[in-house]
Design a protein around this ligand. Structure first.
Ligand SMILES: C[S@@+](CC[C@H](N)C(=O)[O-])C[C@H]1O[C@@H](n2cnc3c(N)ncnc32)[C@H](O)[C@@H]1O
Length: 193
């Protein structure tokens, strides 16, 4: 399930303008693909975009030659993704129950997905996402560190329970170091093998 917070956000958002934010970033000379650049440093062949929304990350990964699958439980957002990239694989599913029967070099959750999963489902969402990470592969998630959202200690515990080891943690998708009091973290966990 998604959180109440996400449900509120969805009620208020104008879907037709949802992607404009990234277009505005590009127009302002800022990089709208920090997440994809980050993932591409690992040179993955196959990536699962967990909580793909309108497909922003998955579509750019595919454009760079990666095999991608996008998963989200919101049919409307997935509809936008399908319209933009009908040839890509889009799956409507709850991360907390996901079972695609295969693994990926990287599973990435960009854009606060973990925080927007309902609190009771977050551990299961991490476990099910992690189950899709191949041996030697990575689970990468970036989310804000704010009240009511998972602490890094909780998050690392869920990852460890899923057999993943913390490999790196930075403050932004551009790789800036984590400061003393971070308000955002990008965490990279690796499945040994
Ligand atoms: C802020 S959006 C980020 C979308 C996309 N990753 C991006 O960066 O543009 C958060 C996404 O998480 C999805 N989400 C939240 N809870 C989920 C769950 N339990 N299973 C699958 N997707 C979920 C929402 O539907 C939404 O698309």
């Amino acid at each position: 399930m998604t959180s109440e917070e996400w449900a509120r956000w969805r009620r208020d958002v104008d879907l037709s303008g949802y992607d404009d934010r990234w277009a505005r970033m590009a127009a302002a000379g800022r990089n709208p693909h920090g997440e994809v650049d980050f993932v591409m440093r690992l040179a993955p062949a196959a990536v699962l975009d967990a909580g793909c929304g309108t497909g922003r990350v998955a579509i750019e990964l595919a454009r760079r030659g990666v095999e991608v699958v996008g998963v989200d439980l919101d049919p409307e957002l997935l509809g936008v993704a399908r319209t933009k990239a009908p040839d890509l694989a889009w799956v409507e599913a709850d991360l907390a129950e996901l079972d695609l029967g295969r693994t990926f070099d990287v599973v990435v959750a960009a854009g606060n997905v973990i925080g927007f999963v309902a609190a009771a489902d977050r551990a299961a969402a991490v476990a099910h996402a992690a189950a899709h990470v191949a041996p030697g592969g990575r689970w990468i998630a970036g989310y804000q560190l704010r009240a009511g959202w998972p602490t890094l200690t909780d998050y690392d515990g869920w990852c460890a329970a899923a057999g993943l080891e913390l490999e790196a943690r930075v403050a932004t998708w551009d790789g800036e170091p984590l400061g003393e009091t971070p308000d955002y973290a990008v965490s990279v966990h690796r499945r040994p093998g």
